[in-house]
Ligand binder design. Sequence first.
Ligand SMILES: [Zn+2]
Length: 290
Amino acid sequence: MTDASTESTAVRRLWQDLGLPGLVDVHTHFMPDNVLRKVWAYFDALGGYWPITYRDDEAARVARLREFGVRRYTALFYAHRPGMAAWLNDWAAGFAADHPDCLHGATLYPEPEARDYVPAAIAAGARVFKAHVQVGGYDPRDPLLDEAWGALADAGVPAVVHCGSGPLPGEHTGPGPFGEVLRRHPGLTAIIAHAGSPEYTAFLDLAERYPGVHLDTTMVFTRFTERRAPFPADGYPRLKDLADRILLGTDYPNIPYPYLEQLDALVGLDLGDDWLRGVLHDNAARLFDL
Ligand SMILES: [Zn+2]
C-alpha cells in the first residue's frame, strides 16, 4: 500500500496543478460500523481478489479525505431488505451533522414506508440518494418507488443509482429497467454509478437523451476495471461531449487499489485540463451548489 503522506501529497498536487480548490467525490461510502464490517467481510470472502485498501476506523477514513483535499464527499449506503432504509437514513442525518464536508445522504427501498421517509429525508436536508439495484434485488420500476422517484425529481435531489450489471448482474440491472424510470420521470437528476459498467454504451445513450443523467467515474478506467469491463474506444469522444455531466466517484474506502489510481486513470484519458477540472470538481460543485 502507498505510504499515506506520499499519496496525499500526490493527490493534492494533482488538483493544485489544475488550479482547483480541491476535489468533490460523489461516490464514497460511509455507513454504520456493523454494516460496513459486513460489506468488508463480503469482499474478504472473495479470497484476495478485492483487498480493501482503506480499512481504517471511521475517524481515520474521514481524516484521509481531508488530507487528499476532498472538499465534499457523499456517504452512500443502501438497503437490501425492507425495514432498513429509514434507520440508515436516520444514521446518515447524524453523520452529516457531525461531518460538514459530507453531503447528507439517504437511500430508498420498494416498501410502502418509502412514500413517507423519502420526502421526510428530503425535508431533513438530504442532498443525495443512493439506490443499488443489484444488492437491493429490486426492480427500480416497482410501483412502490414511483412516488419516491417523483419526489426526488420535483425536489431536484440527485440519486446515485447503481443499475449497471457490473461487477455482478442482477435480475433488474442493465439500462432497460432504469431507462424506463427515466422515461416516466424525465426530470430526475440521476448519477449512474460506475458509468453504467459494463453497459457503458447504453448508459451514454441515456445521458445523451436525458439532460438530468450524469455518469460517475467510480472504478472506471482503472487497470482493475479495464481488465474486466473495458470502456469502449468509441465512448471517449462521447465523454468529452458530455463533459459537464461526468462526476468524480471512487468507491473510497472499499477499493482494491490506492485512491490516486482513480485520479491517474482520469488524467490518462487525455481529454484535456478543462474536462478534468469539470470532472474532478466543477461539475459536482455546480450540481450541489457548493
Ligand atoms: Zn459504490
